[in-house]
Design a protein around this ligand. Structure first.
Ligand code: THU
Length: 140
């Protein structure tokens, strides 16, 4: 994945983070998902008074894409940090988001963890979630 595409996705993730609804944790996460069709889906975390009903930024973005029938995912950029300031460190996705990414990712999928456009690391799905559970293969 070229640097320009990575930086463009990080910019969208930072933009998405501004919409995070976080009255409980005050921790804001943004994600930008690129699909193979070339579309970008932004997501933010959306909290709830019933804490368990909270949705993460990454799954918001993935579910937006899949619900539009756009299931072939190429890369996701993720940024996160305390409310009131720009991110200061990388924000690795939670286990549930990793499992949902794995459902739709192929071997080329990239997970980009960023602080900003010039400070990021990118990983394969296998690095982010080794020993993936995919017992019920929908192709079989
Ligand atoms: N959060 C995400 O949006 N993505 C993750 O992968 C980890 C956690 C959100 C959920 C909650 O709103 C806040 O971060 C603190 O856990």
């Amino acid at each position: 994945m070229d640097k320009q595409t990575i930086q463009f996705l990080i910019k969208y993730a930072l933009e998405a983070r501004k919409n995070a609804y976080t009255p409980y944790s005050h921790f804001k996460v943004g994600a930008a998902l690129l699909t193979k069709s070339g579309r970008v889906y932004k997501g933010c975390n959306i909290e709830n008074a019933a804490y368990g009903s909270t949705m993460c930024a990454e799954r918001t973005a993935i579910y937006k894409a899949v619900s539009e029938g756009d299931c072939d995912i190429q890369a996701i950029a993720i940024v996160g940090g305390e409310e009131g300031s720009e991110p200061t460190e990388l924000c690795p996705p939670c286990g549930s988001c990793r499992q949902v990414m794995a459902e739709f990712a192929d071997e080329d999928f990239r997970v980009i963890l960023a602080v900003d456009e010039n400070n990021y690391r990118d990983f394969s799905m296998d690095e982010v979630l080794p020993l993936i559970f995919h017992n019920l293969d929908p192709e079989e």
